[in-house]
Design a protein around this ligand. Structure first.
Ligand code: ITT
Length: 184
């Protein structure tokens, strides 16, 4: 069985990824290597992170750069999601959107893959939703309790890992990766 190493410091991402990979013939290993994230798009960060980690470990790796993009805030927090979650938090985002009717938002996930002696490849996954009027649910992590999915009538914070993994941004990017990788 082929082994892929997922480089991340986020244990929630690991739980979700393990749950997705278990249905495939690929062994997922996890290392919290830490890598320098240049300021740039999700795609640029994922590409450079994958290249760096692969070079460092000399084996095939994936990294993920993800973010929440809110339409009324012109895509904010986007590539700043991690920092904004730690500083403003969900209550800060809700405050920014007070009196705003347009609640449309999108989660994006970009998987960067790199193997020794080859160039990195990237895989984008998205999911559309809305920013809820208040936090709901205590499952998931970070922005999950304020990300409302109308056709499920739930926030990500109200969904189990299995339920979120049926259609999340991470599921979509990882599935694209797995589909490509399985043919490699
Ligand atoms: P690594 O870089 O070590 O993988 P990280 O948490 O810093 O972990 P990102 O740089 O990709 O991850 O930051 C994206 C941030 O966006 C993340 O810290 C969360 O605050 C938020 N985020 C991403 N995916 C999410 C999800 O599925 N649910 C809730 N919030 C999410």
């Amino acid at each position: 069985m082929k082994t892929i190493t997922f480089i991340t410091g986020n244990k929630h991402k690991v739980i979700e990824a393990e749950n997705i990979f278990k249905d495939y013939d690929i062994n997922l290993e996890h290392i919290d290597l830490g890598y320098c994230e240049p300021q740039g798009t999700l795609e640029e960060v994922a590409k450079s992170g994958a290249k760096y980690a692969c070079h460092k470990l000399n084996k095939p790796v994936i990294v993920e750069d993800a973010g929440l993009f809110i339409k009324a805030l012109k895509g904010f927090p986007g590539t700043y999601s991690s920092y904004v979650q730690e500083t403003l938090g969900n209550s800060g985002i809700l405050k920014l959107l007070e009196n705003t009717d347009n609640r449309c938002a999108e989660f994006r996930s970009v998987i960067g893959y790199c193997a020794p002696n080859s160039e990195p490849k990237i895989f984008l996954g998205k999911v559309s939703g809305e920013i809820a009027s208040c936090e709901k649910g205590n499952l998931g992590f970070a922005f999950d309790p304020i990300f409302y999915v109308p056709y499920k009538d739930s926030t990500f914070g109200e969904l189990t890992t299995e339920q979120k993994n049926q259609f999340s941004h991470r599921k979509n990017s990882l599935e694209k990766f797995i589909e490509w990788y399985s043919k490699e």
